[in-house]
Write a protein that binds this ligand. Structure first.
Ligand code: SF4
Ligand code: SF4
Length: 339
């Protein structure tokens, strides 16, 4: 069912939702960017529609709602273990089409990749998604080429229209609430883009042979292994485990999992002092081929959703979309060398 809501009614909608659950959306953190005089758009709890930033891309994705940056799994004492409590409330998450497609990637990694991840499942089952329509693409977006421009499987859509908000509701519970708040009913389809300025073409015949390309070496010097590209990515899912000891004898404490990055030092350290992919170019190769080759071989579709956040955030101006576009050249290089 489609609705038009006034700004006041939209505020009442968010306030009603916030009575029963946590409402997360991109919001403005004034002075919260890397440079203190710049704002950061990232996810936070909202209580009114006015707090939601619709006209800018969020610098960070929604993913920390489903895969928290730091998550306690259980607590232990000398002779007991207690599982960390699940959050008391469910959540409603506002996100764009590319990020909604990223949820499918997270689901496949955490739920459809062998044993289900218990901690992900207990959060995931209590989340509803509200898609924010995109009337135009931001400069670094390449969702159309990655097939993620059209939203699928949302509970509700919401975007500015007619001085208020246009809403498409596909959820019985939310529909009941909207019926009492809406100014009027009408047909609504969330906006989506059909073209982007940034274009990406991943070669069809991509194989592991591309690992032999010398182009990866360029990134040994250019990349500083800060990991920002991973932390902003809605589809990067790696984490590491940490035990935090409350006592000196190490027998009381908690186990946490913490988001990790395949680009930073230490990610491939193993027992006995071994470490793989020491060079930054090797890490870039691993990240790229995980997203553009391995994942597709396993699940049948591309992992990257083309949100462009990694291009936006890299302090060294390394463009992941450009790397994807260079894969064709790299394949040509290794095929020519083999002749
Ligand atoms: S564009 Fe970059 S940040 Fe966005 S999904 Fe692809 S790899 Fe991740
Ligand atoms: S954000 Fe840029 S410099 Fe930092 S790890 Fe990623 S590619 Fe390297």
């Amino acid at each position: 069912m489609g609705y038009i809501l006034s700004p006041e009614a939209a505020d009442r909608l968010i306030a009603s939702l916030a009575d029963d659950c946590l409402v997360f959306a991109p919001k403005r953190f004034v002075g919260g960017a890397v440079f203190s005089d710049l704002d950061c758009i990232r996810y936070g709890e909202v209580k009114t529609a006015g707090e939601i930033v619709f006209d800018q891309k969020s610098d960070y994705s929604f993913k920390e709602i489903l895969t928290p940056v730091c998550q306690a799994l259980f607590y232990f004492t000398e002779d007991q273990i207690k599982e960390a409590d699940a959050p008391e409330k469910g959540a409603v998450v506002f996100l764009r089409s590319c990020d909604l497609h990223a949820v499918k990637r997270l689901d496949d990694i955490y739920l459809n990749n062998g044993e289900e991840d218990y901690y992900y499942r207990r959060l995931r089952d209590r989340v509803k998604f509200v898609v924010m329509g995109c009337s135009e693409a931001f400069d670094s977006c390449f969702c159309v080429d990655m097939g993620t421009n059209v939203p699928e499987g949302y509970n509700m859509s919401m975007e500015p229209a007619e001085g208020g908000f246009a809403i498409d509701c596909r959820d019985a519970e939310l529909d009941e609430l909207l019926g009492s708040l809406a100014d009027r009913e009408c047909d609504v389809e969330p906006s989506h883009v059909e073209e982007t300025k940034t274009r990406v073409k991943i070669p069809e015949g991509l194989t592991q042979d591309v690992m032999r390309s010398k182009i990866w070496d360029e990134y040994d010097g250019r990349c500083i292994a800060c990991g920002r590209c991973n932390f902003v990515c809605p589809t990067c899912t790696c984490y590491t485990m940490q035990d935090l000891f409350y006592t000196e004898n190490g027998r009381v404490g908690e186990r946490r999992r913490v988001q990790a990055s395949c680009m930073v030092d230490g990610f491939t350290d193993v027992a006995g002092g071994g470490s793989y992919r020491k060079k930054n170019g090797e890490r870039m190769r691993f990240k790229t081929l995980h997203k553009a080759l391995d994942y597709k071989q396993r699940f049948g579709y591309q992992m990257c959703v083309g949100c462009g956040r990694c291009d936006d955030v890299c302090p060294e101006y390394i463009s992941f979309s450009r790397i994807l576009n260079r894969l064709g050249d790299m394949m040509e290089e290794v095929n020519t060398d083999a002749e």
